[in-house]
Each structure stands twice: as C-alpha cells, then as structure tokens.
Design a protein around this ligand. Structure first.
Ligand code: SAM
Length: 345
C-alpha cells in the first residue's frame, strides 16, 4: 500500500542484460511497430529518477518492450508496477522480471489505447483534485505514432478527471519525437507554438525534462527524443469543455501564418463569418492581427469563454463545420454546372 513505508530498499537480483534478453527471446525490433529500445540502464534510471520520488508508488508503464525502463522503475522501490504491452513477444522476458521481483510486477498483454487503468489500482490511492498528486505515476517510451494520440486522449481525461486521473492529478513522464516535445512546451510567440502547446498547457504544468539523442536507441530512430513531464493543474487555465477548447484552438491554428481572425472565422458559417468573427475578437479583447502562434493561453481562455456564450445563444453553432459547408457548396455548384450543361445539349 502507498504510504505503508518500506523497511529496506528493493533491488533486482543480477539478471541478463537487456541486450542478452533481446537475443535470448529473439526480440528484433519490428520496424512497422516503430520499436526503438533503450538498452542503457543509466539512461532509463535517469528517466525514472526525473519522474519524481516513486517510493511506495503505483506505477503504470506503457509499452515496456524488453524492459529497460521497467527495471529502473522496479529498482525505485515502488509498491506495484503495472505494465501494458501489445507485442506478445515481450511477455516471456517481462515474466522473467516479474519472477525476480515477486509481487511487484503485473503484466498485461493489451493495448494502452483501450486499457482501463482506472480500475487497476486500489481505491484507497484516490486523492481530491485539489490535494497533492496521488502516489500514482505513468511512465512510458511509446512509438511516436501512439504517444501523440495517447496524450491527446489523456489530456481529455485530465479535463474530465476520469481515466488515469480518477486517482487525482496523476503525473506522467512520456517520450515524444523531439519536435513534438518542443511543441508541447512551446511558449507564446515561439516557432514551435501549436495546437498541442495550448491543449497541454491549459490543463497541465508541462516540462521538457531532457533530450535523448537518437543514437541511444536500438535501432536508432531518425530523430532525437524528448522526455516530457506533465502534472495536471489544480485549476485549468481555461474552464470550458475539452471539445470546445479543442475546436477553438484547432480553428485558430488552421492558417498558422495568417492573422488569427482568418482561422477563427472558420468557427462561423460563411453568411455571418465577418460579423461574428469581429464580435468574438472584440468581446474577447484579442487583436485580430496577432498570428495564432502569438496567442497566449489567456487569449484562448477569453476566446473560448466568448465562443461558449455565442454557442449558448445559437444552439446550432457548435456543430458547424466549415469543411462540410465547403463540400456542400461545391456539390451545389457542380449541380448548377450539370444543369447548364443539360440545357446546352
Ligand atoms: N519501453 C521500451 C524501451 O524503452 O526500450 C520499449 C520502447 S518501444 C519505442 C515501444 C514499445 O511499446 C514496444 O514494446 C511496443 O511493442 C509497445 N507498444 C506499441 N504500441 C503499443 C500499444 N498500443 N499498447 C501497448 N504497447 C504498445
């Protein structure tokens, strides 16, 4: 149990190296699954150390693979480590680790995109949202094509306080393609500022902790890797539903090099676009000639608050999608053209 105190520190007994495990179980990285392994345990120790004090913690590791980070977590004196791995080839190697750490490692052969961690740990770990974060941590080095959709899903869970955040403000330490790590943490006005920067920063304290050079992985990925730490905020910087914030942010960044009114205008049907965009920007007190990258989280807060009011006044507004309107206009124009053609014949 978290907080029960541990008399002596746990250390894994001597084990074959990760390289030997890979050989022993024939765990060649599957390119199509973007598998890149960390074999250097000093590096995996560093990732785990930077995740915070894990004594007596309940840790959820996503994508353990051959188990480098898994070993470092087990050596951090945790109460329990739950790992979810999709590729069955890794299960026997993980089982070996489980035998070496009796009662500490729980292995699930499954998919992190659907696994329900909210049912996995004891109820007693739950903290009030306003309290210090619970002794529950998420750690993972996932393929890039999984980590980005997963963080978007988890950010929505933060906003709803469900999923892994049923325990409170669960902290996460995750790896991303360096460029994505930079986007997640980019400040107002920086070149990397993007949709992800706002979505992450309005809900969490986000820190790019360090960068791992590509050559530290086997096989070496094409890019360097950023290790990012997230702590959900007690008070989100924007207090509107996730989907509404997502819609405003997505539209604002539609044309990232243009003035922000261009993208924000796409929130409104063509017939009222100019007028409604003007109203939105005026009531939110946002300069229409700022570029999307120059908008701060507090600019987005005002925009979301005003857009929310406009949606409350016009119940059809939130469902409006400019792409659908474009499509409809195109097909109407096509019909007109077809009619003209018929009359010519
Ligand atoms: N954590 C290991 C390390 O650092 O050496 C492996 C990293 S490798 C980049 C990603 C791991 O995540 C692989 O073991 C892969 O099979 C696993 N994985 C990929 N997609 C997954 C998913 N949807 N659910 C669970 N595991 C997944």
């Amino acid at each position: 149990m978290a907080g029960s105190g541990t008399l002596s520190a746990f250390r894994l007994p001597p084990l074959p190296t990760i390289r030997e495990i890979i050989k022993l179980f024939r765990l060649q990285a599957a390119k199509q699954l973007s598998q890149n392994f960390l074999l250097d345990l000093r590096l995996t120790d560093k990732i785990v150390k930077k995740a915070g004090n894990l004594t007596d913690a309940y840790v959820y590791e996503v994508g353990p693979g051959p188990g480098g980070i898994t070993r470092s977590i087990l050596n951090a004196n945790v109460a329990e480590l739950l790992v979810v791995e999709k590729d069955s080839r890794f299960i026997p190697g993980l089982q070996m680790l489980s035998d070496a750490a009796p009662g500490k490692l729980r292995i699930v052969h499954g998919d992190v995109l659907t696994f329900k961690v909210e049912r996995a740990f004891p109820e007693s770990l739950k903290r009030q949202w306003e309290d210090d974060p619970p002794n529950v941590h998420i750690i993972g080095n996932l393929p890039f094509n999984v980590s980005t959709p997963l963080i978007v899903k988890w950010l929505e869970n933060v906003s709803c306080r469900d999923g892994p955040f049923i325990y409170g403000r669960t902290q996460m330490m995750l790896t991303f393609q360096k460029e994505v790590a930079e986007r997640l943490t980019a400040n107002t006005g920086s070149k990397q500022r993007s949709r992800l920067s706002i979505m992450a920063q309005y809900l969490c304290n986000v820190q790019h902790i360090f960068t791992i050079p590509g050559q530290a992985f086997v096989p070496k990925p094409e890019v360097d890797v950023g290790v990012v730490h997230f702590t959900p905020l007690v008070q989100p910087r924007i207090e509107q539903p996730f989907k509404l914030v997502e819609k405003v942010v997505q539209n604002a960044f539609q044309f990232r090099r243009k003035y922000c009114y261009r993208g924000l205008g796409m929130l409104f049907p063509e017939v009222e676009r100019v007028e409604s965009t003007g109203k939105l920007l005026e009531l939110a007190d946002v300069d229409p000639t700022l570029r999307p990258t120059q908008l701060s989280v507090s600019h987005f807060k005002s925009l979301c608050d005003v857009y929310r009011k406009m949606c409350d006044e016009d119940p059809l507004l939130f469902a409006y999608n400019f792409r659908e309107e474009l499509k409809q206009n195109k097909s109407k124009n096509q019909e007109k053209e077809d009619d003209k053609e018929k009359h010519r014949l």
